[in-house]
Design a protein around this ligand. Sequence first.
Ligand code: DLL
Length: 447
Amino acid sequence: MIYVITVTMGYYRGIIGMIWSKEETLSRAEMEALQLERLQRTVTKIYEKVPYYRTKMDEISINPSKIESLEDLKKLPFTIKDDLRQNYPFGLFTTSKKELVRIHASSGTTGKPTVVGYTQNDIDTWSELIARLVTMAGATSEDVAQVAFGYGLFTGAFGLHYGLERAGVLVVPTSSGNTEKQLMLMKDFETTILVCTPSYALHMAETAEKLGLDPKKDLHIRLGLFGGEGSSEAMRTEIQKVWGMLATENYGMSELIGPGVSGECTYLNGMHINEDHFLPEIIDPITGEVLPAGELGELVITTITKEALPLIRYRTKDITRLMYEPCGCGRTTVRMAKIEGRTDDMLIIRGVNVFPSQIEEVLLNCAGVGPHYEILVKKSGHLDYLEIDVELIDRSLLDSYQKLQELGGKIRHELRTVLGLEAKINLVSPRTLKRYEGKAKRVTDLR
Ligand code: DLL
């Protein structure tokens, strides 16, 4: 059901943002009442059905009757990825396998994947949540969306696919890879929405140019629904420039549902969290203490409507802050800022905390270099140092030693200002660094 037409952004080929469901506009008191009721139901269910959770709660003398207000959420234990691993594959599920209709999984760094499951109701909820997100970004039934996430165990493609269909959008499930064919179909079908990782969107634009196509003129993409990996504002600007589209972002994680936790409206001022399904907290990643509203820290999410795999206080390791100020779009849901990094991808170099996103921001603000880079962390004797391969945009720069020196010096200077660290910069020829069709891997730690 579509409620209000709120905004038109003429600049981006006429995008209209609409509100998909009334839960997006509840007053704070209404939202909190709904959240509490759903939280209590979820806690009761996991206590009764998941021995692992019951033991954990008994150990700290907590049971469902002690959850009387949303404030009591912090009495509950955290859940971490390792809890899922220890209960591999289905140990934390609250439903029998017979009630499941879908499995997805995300690959971990160690051996077994993290397995997540869905009942039919979960799939329906998921589709609704994605329909909200794509609608708030401006998708309508006039659109044709190309889903260029990999179809398979990864949640990205199927999640977006079903939600776009629910919103009435025509879906082209190309999956990732085979970029030249994707571009041909994109042109022939007059695709208007591109769904993939931001890094793949850039790679696609580059491939289009190689084929003699100008993405802005020869293709019809007006909206990007990007997620699955971090990207800086500078990266957004770059994507918008080469594609002539509005690039929006959405966030999610397999354990929580997949994509569908939060997404940007056309105001692009943070991702609206589907708060009636995901209860957010921000904690200090070291002490585990809940931080006051607006502070930067680790995002913790409690799922309050999932049937098959509800998770209590799941530590995402993603760093962000929550924004409660009203948004011009009319939605009242709390928003989360762009992910600044992950607690586990923070690099500590000579005692300085460095997030790859900070490096990306610096690089993309330096004219002459493109959005493709690789960060290497190395050791010389006992000292750690950063070495960054950065791709040039313009090959002709390679002919001028002086210009290369100047550009390298500028990047080093900017990095020193932002990070307080020296870095070795290798400027490399255009189109020489690896491209990614899914999530990009930008950092290699060789220490
Ligand atoms: O990446 C789910 C997803 C797919 C979200 C497609 C959006 C679009 P996982 O593979 O489990 O799930 O990876 C989850 O990816 O903890 C973040 O670190 C990162 N991530 C996802 N979206 C964003 C985003 C999917 N918009 C992990 N910005 C998360 C930054 C993101 N990081």
